[in-house]
Design a protein around this ligand. Structure first.
Ligand SMILES: *[C@@H]1O[C@H](CO)[C@@H](O)[C@H](O)[C@H]1NC(C)=O
Length: 247
């Protein structure tokens, strides 16, 4: 009887606090058959999940962003990591300076989930980006919001389909004939046309290339190059987000 009563009180408290605080919940879920070390980085210094953590296959972690209109942040998967007990080490892909808990962005190539969160005050913007290359299949699914709120993701195996000149290989990688990640053409060739810089620094002067078109064909809703906004930016209001790896 006493147990039942305290359970009711707990439930009541959690329901009322859930209503009064406008929070955005990110559920990060590893559907891969191998370990992933998700990393997070915020442009406004409010890193979720302490910047990074490990997820075993089928594991997930819930991260709560409390009301913080204008918060911008990104999530990316890291693979092949080895960290010691103090959190120092390195990852084969997505490494952020040799630490488990990132305080900087990762080394490309890595698949990115990018967000601008407005909470109760307006539309969130989100996208799945291949502009910095690709390492793991990834998806973003808004839950419970209003507006467009479409799923976006890239669950094609771009490592298996990666042109030789863009491949990052690792003898211990997860299958895929040792291709651990696939670079963007900008990272591989560092020229203005591929990077949309210099003479090609505007939407009008930077067109899709054979490389970005290849990414776009495999993953039509993902950003394939810097000016791919029209088909790759999504909006939703008041949602929570499920971020998945591998499917
Ligand atoms: C970059 O600019 C040059 C010069 O205008 C143009 O010929 C080329 O097609 C542009 N590259 C891309 C990828 O749009």
């Amino acid at each position: 009887m006493a147990n039942f009563f305290s359970f009711r009180i707990l439930l009541f408290v959690s329901i009322t606090s859930g209503v009064s605080v406008s929070a955005t919940v990110f559920m990060v879920q590893n559907n891969c058959p191998y370990n992933v070390w998700p990393a997070t980085f915020s442009g406004n210094g409010n890193a979720l999940g302490e910047g990074g953590f490990q997820l075993a296959p089928r594991e997930s972690k819930q991260l709560t962003l409390n009301a913080s209109p204008g918060w911008t942040g990104r999530f990316w998967p890291r693979t092949g990591c080895n960290f010691d007990s103090s959190g120092k080490g390195r990852c084969v892909t997505g490494d952020c300076g040799g630490v488990l808990k990132c305080t900087a962005t990762g080394v490309p190539p890595a698949t990115l989930a990018e967000f601008t969160i407005q909470g109760d005050t307006g539309k969130d913007f989100y996208d799945l980006s291949l502009v910095d290359g690709y390492n793991v299949k990834m998806g973003i699914k808004p839950e419970g919001g209003s507006g467009d709120c479409k799923y976006t993701g890239c669950v094609a195996d771009l490592n298996a389909d990666c042109p030789h000149e863009l491949q990052v290989t690792d003898p211990n990688s997860n299958g895929n004939e040792n291709v651990a990640a696939c670079k963007s053409a900008c990272a591989a060739f560092n020229n203005e046309g591929y990077c949309c810089t210099g003479a090609n620094s505007t939407a009008a002067t930077c067109s899709p290339t054979d490389y970005s078109k290849r990414f776009k064909k495999a993953c039509p809703t993902a950003y394939s190059y810097a000016y791919d906004d029209a088909t790759s930016t999504f909006t939703c209001s008041g949602a929570n987000y499920l971020i998945t790896f591998c499917s």
